[in-house]
Design a protein around this ligand. Structure first.
Ligand code: HEM
Length: 481
């Protein structure tokens, strides 16, 4: 494998560790004898501070930090030639498990080659198990096995579900939905334009939910109750790692009930486009609807919230986007292709700055050997990752380096099947909006706090408003009419 520009690692590979490799990783007898008296107290200290950091960070994963003393000691070991993996793998020890954050694109790409669940290597993370338990709680009478749900299913089932989704979510299929997406976008913009102040998180959540309910399930009416419940359940998953209040539990129960009601309404319909002509059981249908909302709503909504707020903060950005799209329209040459190229660049730029799936974990099913070669070395090194550790590629950190790939939609076997839909639902709305309106806010960037729950989320929603755009007719594309 080729190193990416400036990556720390030149090549890497994850595989099951042999017993000899596990032994070797512990170091020579001399090394073990020297470090023995410090090992247990240090391990305890790391876990105490790691757990405290999680406790105080609450439902914001990015504020979970390894303790200073650990960073310091790791640096000393690196200088002495040991544990070079700490250059690209940050470890957070805690009494709630050990997390290994991956910070190098070559290592992340290698991890994504493996299925989320691969015999002997990876199994469900606690978050995935939690989502599966929520599915069971939503439909307590149903008998689900883990293979009914996309996030927890085996590789064979993943293929089956992806084959079901593919005809719906591929590039060509989505192009046929563009008129429907544009219609929904126009309806939302029209409503938003009437409001004095738009609650962006709430409205984008409704929009993302409406697109899924209308296109895939032929029912736009249930989107409001679904969107609220999915949002709350997402919050609850991360919060529940460190404990929840009675009030939070009650709200969670209400969310489950609302979600169940909405899915039952969908399933009562005669026609559900996604399942037409498919051999799929009732419980698989329920799990599929559940997962599509889980994967497709908060992700799209939080990116769209970010984009709208950035545009509102930055009139120059609005004008640049408007002018570049206008000039493309004026060219009248490969009109659509150029238009989508411009908006594509804008979309990818936003996604890099704000990857809603900031990181996504894999839990080790065994002791795993990570074999790697650093860029400036010509020999391989190895490190052992313990069974049960959660390996998390941190896309948000990769995105900080503009020369690196940052995998906002994942990669490989479990890469996002909804990426094209996400692109069109966001870009069609932005195009329509920027063409007719200017976007404004009274807030500044610091007033809106972002935290990392299952996806990146705005803790307090940005507030914006629109004004009709005053068009300069002399440069209008109408001159060609
Ligand atoms: C900006 C919007 C979106 C982003 C950033 C995003 C990102 C991702 C990422 C990173 C993964 C891979 C997770 C992993 O490997 O563990 C994923 C998986 C998935 N996404 Fe998306 N997604 C978005 C929108 C959507 C939409 C609109 C849908 C469908 C309506 C969707 C459906 C799915 C599904 C079903 C999976 C699971 C795939 C599998 O397990 O094989 N996503 N998404």
């Amino acid at each position: 494998m080729q190193a990416m520009k400036n990556s720390i690692v030149a090549e890497a590979c994850f595989r099951k560790a042999t017993p000899e490799e596990v032994e070797e990783d512990k170091g020579s007898l001399l090394y073990r004898a020297v470090t023995y008296p410090f090992k247990a107290p240090l391990d305890f200290t790391y876990r105490i501070f790691g757990t405290l950091s999680m406790y105080f960070g609450g439902a914001d994963v990015l504020s979970w930090k390894q303790p200073f003393i650990q960073t310091f000691i790791e640096k000393a070991f690196r200088l002495a030639g040991y544990d070079k993996h700490t250059l690209f793998m940050e470890t957070l020890y805690s009494f709630k498990g050990t997390r290994r954050f991956l910070l190098d694109p070559v290592v992340v790409k290698e991890l994504f080659k493996h299925h989320r669940k691969e015999d002997g290597l990876f199994r469900d993370t606690r978050t995935m198990e939690e989502i599966f338990n929520i599915l069971k709680e939503v439909f307590p009478k149903e008998k689900f096995d883990k293979n009914s749900m996309m996030f927890t299913c085996s590789p064979e089932h993943t293929k089956r579900y992806r084959d079901l989704l593919e005809p719906f979510l591929n590039q060509e299929a989505i192009k046929n939905y563009i008129p429907e997406i544009q219609k929904t976008a126009s309806e939302f913009i029209e409503e938003w334009a009437k409001k004095e102040l738009i609650d962006v998180s709430l409205e984008t959540r409704l929009y993302a939910s409406r697109i899924i309910t209308s296109l895939m399930f032929n029912n736009g009416r249930v989107s409001a109750s679904i969107s609220e419940s999915v949002n709350y359940i997402n919050y609850y998953i991360v919060k529940s790692i460190m404990g929840v209040t009675e009030e939070e539990k009650a709200l969670y129960q209400k969310s489950l009930k609302d979600f169940r009601k909405a899915v039952t309404t969908i399933l009562k319909q005669d026609r559900i486009p996604l399942f037409e002509g498919q051999e799929i059981s009732e419980s698989e249908k329920k799990a599929m609807i559940f997962i599509l909302f889980f994967a497709g709503q908060e992700t799209t909504s939080s990116l769209l919230t970010y984009i709208l707020f950035q545009l509102a903060l930055n009139p120059k950005l609005q004008n640049t986007l408007y002018s570049s799209l206008r000039s493309v329209n004026d060219e009248r040459f490969e009109n659509l292709k150029n238009r989508s190229r411009k908006i594509n660049t804008f979309f990818l730029e936003m996604l890099r700055k704000f990857p809603p799936v900031y990181g996504t974990g894999r839990r080790c099913d065994n002791e795993i050997c990570l074999v790697y070669r650093l860029r400036d070395e010509d020999f391989q090194r190895k490190t052992i990752i313990q069974e049960d550790d959660i390996v998390v590629p941190l896309m948000i950190k990769l995105a900080e380096n503009p020369e690196w790939r940052c995998f906002p939609f994942g990669e490989g076997v479990n890469a996002c099947p909804g990426r094209v839909l996400a692109f069109y639902e966001i870009s069609e709305l932005i195009l329509k909006l920027i063409e007719g309106y200017t976007i404004h806010t009274n807030q500044n960037e610091n007033e809106v706090k972002i935290s990392a729950k299952v996806t990146l989320q705005f803790d307090n929603s940005p507030k914006i408003w629109f004004e009709p755009r005053i068009k300069d007719e002399s440069t209008s594309s109408k001159k060609y009419d």
